[in-house]
Unconditional design. Structure first.
Length: 108
């Protein structure tokens, strides 16, 4: 029988696969839409200073680089909060490796 962590990981994998499938469907739909509309949209004049603006790919990279750094900072924060609160629970019941110790048998 799977433990709670294995069950959670399996659920996470299912969610990620569903997200990937949805994303693939959206990319396909946008490509179809763009291909169909490329002859309908008139050519627009260039913007002044357009050469000084970041490309769309650069904007995406910059945004995700920031998101990566922000998520890493949040992980550090969450870990620090857990470590700070550790004295509130029995260290034996929840060891640093996160695996619960086996329950002790009551003695009569």
């Amino acid at each position: 029988m799977a433990n709670a962590n294995e069950m959670l990981e399996a659920l996470e994998d299912q969610v990620l696969e569903s997200v990937r499938q949805s994303q693939d469907a959206v990319v396909k739909a946008v490509k179809t839409w763009a291909d169909a509309g490329k002859n309908v949209v008139p050519e627009l004049p260039s913007l002044p200073f357009a050469d000084q603006l970041p490309s769309t790919s650069e904007l995406v990279e910059t945004a995700f680089d920031f998101a990566d750094r922000l998520l890493a900072a949040q992980r550090e924060f969450a870990t620090a909060v857990i470590d700070a609160a550790r004295p509130l629970w029995n260290a034996e019941a929840v060891p640093a490796n996160g695996k619960a110790a086996p329950a002790k048998k009551a003695t009569a």
